[in-house]
Design a protein. Structure first.
Length: 325
C-alpha cells in the first residue's frame, strides 16, 4: 500500500474548507478506484485562524480518521504552515495545496501518474495566465521572476505554484533545510530533482478573499531575493564606488564655482551632493542591514512554528476516559 499525504495550509478558510473537503473526497475515491493500493491522509495546518476554521477541522477529524490537523499558537505564516505539514506528513508521496480551490484537486490523478513510476520526483502546476489579477500585480510578479532569475543561481519558473506532488525523497531533502527565513519557491528549485510542470489557466478563489496583500507579496519577494542571492550586496558595493566618483566630480565643480565667485551656487550644489550621498549610504546600509537581520534571526534558532493543538490532543479532551485506557 502507498500512502499519499495531502498537506493543506489554512488561514481563515471557514468558507472554503467544506467545498475543498467535498471536492477532495471525490478525487481520492476516483484515484483509489483506479489504484486500489493507494491510501490517503489529509493534513490541515491551521495557521492561527481567527474564524471558525479550527472548529471545522475538529469536526472533520472526528468524522473522518483520514483527517489530521495541527493548530498553531498564533499566525506564523504560510511558509511555516507548509513546513509543518511536510514535517508531519507520513506519506510515501506528499502533496501541498491550498484550500481555496485555486489549486484544482482534479490535477492530482495526473500528477500521481507522473511521479508514481519514478520518472519524475515532483509534479507541479504552472500558471500560463494571470486572469483575475490586477495588471499592476501581474506586472510586478513577472518583474520579480525576471530579476530573481538574473541575480540568483537558483532558477524559479515564472508562474510555478506551491501546488506540488512530491516523492518522499524530495520531501526529506526539503526538511533538511530547517532555515527560519523560508522561501519555498526557491527551496523547491534549490534541492533539485526532476520536476514536471503542468500548464493551466489561472483559477480564481471560489469563496472568500485572499489574505495576501500587495505589500505582503512585495515583502515575500524580498525574502526570496535575500534568501537566494547576494547580488544586492554587490550592487551596494558598485553604488558605493559610483557615489565616490560622483562625489569627486561634484567637489571639483564646487571648487570651480567657488573660484568664479559663485558662492551661493556652490553651496547649493554642495548641499545637494551631501543629501544624495547621504541617501545612497543609507540605502546601502539598509541592504547590509537586511542580510544582518536574516543572519541574526537564524542564529536565535527559534522554532519555525509552535503547535497549540492537533487531532490527538482534541480527541483526548473529548474522551478523557478513553485516553487513560
Amino acid at each position: 500500500m502507498k500512502l499519499i499525504s495531502i498537506v493543506v495550509p489554512c488561514y481563515n478558510e471557514e468558507e472554503s474548507l467544506p467545498l475543498f473537503y467535498e471536492e477532495i473526497q471525490k478525487i481520492m475515491k476516483q484515484m483509489q478506484d483506479e489504484h486500489p493500493d493507494l491510501l490517503f491522509e489529509l493534513v490541515f495546518i491551521d495557521d492561527g485562524s481567527r474564524d471558525k476554521t479550527l472548529e471545522i477541522l475538529r469536526s472533520m477529524a472526528l468524522q473522518d480518521k483520514r483527517v489530521r490537523y495541527i493548530s498553531f499558537s498564533r499566525n506564523f505564516g504560510k511558509e511555516a504552515g507548509m513546513y509543518a505539514g511536510l514535517e508531519n506528513a507520513k506519506g510515501d508521496f506528499v502533496v501541498v495545496m491550498d484550500a481555496d480551490l485555486q489549486h484544482p484537486p482534479a490535477f492530482l490523478p495526473r500528477m500521481y501518474n507522473y511521479v508514481k513510476d519514478g520518472e519524475f520526483d515532483c509534479a507541479t502546476t504552472r500558471r500560463v495566465s494571470r486572469q483575475g489579477e490586477s495588471k499592476i500585480r501581474s506586472a510586478f510578479a513577472r518583474l520579480f521572476y525576471k530579476i530573481m532569475n538574473k541575480i540568483s543561481q537558483t532558477e524559479i519558473v515564472d508562474g510555478a505554484q506551491d501546488f506540488r506532488f512530491m516523492t518522499r525523497q524530495m520531501v526529506n531533502s526539503i526538511l533538511e533545510m530547517p532555515e527560519y527565513n523560508r522561501f519555498s519557491k526557491g527551496i523547491f528549485s534549490w534541492v533539485g530533482f526532476k520536476t514536471k510542470y503542468i500548464e493551466y489557466e489561472n483559477v480564481e478563489r471560489q469563496v472568500g478573499t485572499s489574505s495576501w496583500s500587495f505589500w505582503g507579496l512585495f515583502r515575500y519577494s524580498l525574502e526570496g531575493i535575500f534568501a537566494f542571492s547576494t547580488a544586492p550586496l554587490a550592487a551596494a558595493a558598485i553604488l558605493g564606488m559610483l557615489s565616490c566618483l560622483i562625489g569627486l566630480i561634484l567637489f571639483i565643480l564646487w571648487i570651480v564655482q567657488a573660484v568664479g565667485d559663485s558662492i551661493q551656487a556652490a553651496q547649493t550644489g554642495l548641499f545637494c551632493a551631501l543629501f544624495f550621498l547621504g541617501g545612497l549610504q543609507l540605502f546601502c546600509t539598509g541592504i547590509l542591514g537586511q542580510y544582518f537581520a536574516k543572519t541574526y534571526l537564524e542564529t536565535k534558532h527559534r522554532p519555525i512554528y509552535i503547535m497549540r493543538e492537533n487531532e490527538e490532543i482534541y480527541r483526548k479532551r473529548q474522551n478523557p476516559d478513553h485516553a487513560k485506557k
